[in-house]
Design a protein around this ligand. Structure first.
Ligand code: MG
Length: 252
């Protein structure tokens, strides 16, 4: 199936859904203090998102039980909100999806709780800076594999690794659409595969590990960690290709 091309009017619908995610993540970032539980963050996020007229799209998606993925420390993505209470020095990934009138948005951030170590600062900065770099280099005509390869090279130059087995993705009338956009060159040449075109809308989401790219899923069936057992980080934006370049939709 071809990668969808959206009209400017459709992109505005996607911007509305994405903006609700951006606003909710900013609100949740302020809640990530010592003593706050993951379930409290999830409940606050769902309430805030709904107050903006959006539905939390992750809730029930593939059976996920909550609105917000709360991924603490060694959990890199897909953490389930629990009764765990945040502690000084933790890092937490917040990933949220929304739906407004059948159009979807998706974004993620990683936040430090109180004072965090310099190593964790660098880990979080790698995810954030990789995302910014990827968005900056996107041009119409570039291949998705070139983008994946550039993301991988950027992460490795920082001394970190991309998590394997999970990826960015198209987004539109469904939360996950074609294409898959890994944070590494999965196979083949960077000069092969589909090209980025005007009107495409997709999510870029660098997932950063320290010593091993190999993922493991914990007993809860959701939480994804690295085989190295070390902390990871994750950032994500929904972007649209407008005027030949990537414009962030999930930004206030
Ligand atoms: Mg996503």
């Amino acid at each position: 199936m071809a990668i969808a091309i959206r009209t400017p009017a459709q992109i505005e619908r996607l911007r509305t859904a994405s903006l609700a995610v951006a606003k909710t993540l900013r609100y949740l970032q302020g809640l990530c203090r010592p003593g706050v539980s993951l379930k409290e963050i999830d409940a606050a996020g769902e309430e805030y998102l709904r107050s903006l007229g959006a539905r939390p799209s992750f809730k029930g998606l593939y059976g996920f039980p909550a609105a917000v993925c709360t991924s603490v420390n060694e959990v890199i993505i897909h953490g389930i909100p629990s009764d765990y209470r945040l502690q000084e020095g933790d890092i937490i990934g917040l990933d949220l999806g929304s739906e407004v009138d059948g159009w979807f948005g998706d974004a993620a951030i990683t936040v430090g709780v109180g004072t965090i170590s310099p190593g964790d600062e660098a880990l979080i900065a790698c995810a954030r800076d990789t995302l910014e770099y990827a968005i900056d280099i996107i041009r119409v005509g570039m291949r998705f594999k070139e983008l994946s390869y550039a993301i991988e090279e950027f992460i490795k130059a920082r001394g970190f690794l991309p998590l394997h087995g999970f990826c960015g993705h198209g987004i539109g009338r469904k939360p996950h659409e074609e294409p898959e956009i890994p944070n590494y060159l999965e196979h083949g040449s960077p000069k092969s595969g589909p090209k980025i075109r005007e009107g495409m809308v997709f999510c870029i989401e660098p997932m950063i590990t320290q010593k091993s790219s190999i993922p493991q899923i914990l007993e809860d069936g959701w939480s994804v960690v690295s085989q190295d057992g070390l902390r990871g980080s994750h950032y994500e934006h929904t972007v649209a290709i407008i005027g030949g370049r990537a414009e962030i939709l999930s930004k206030e």
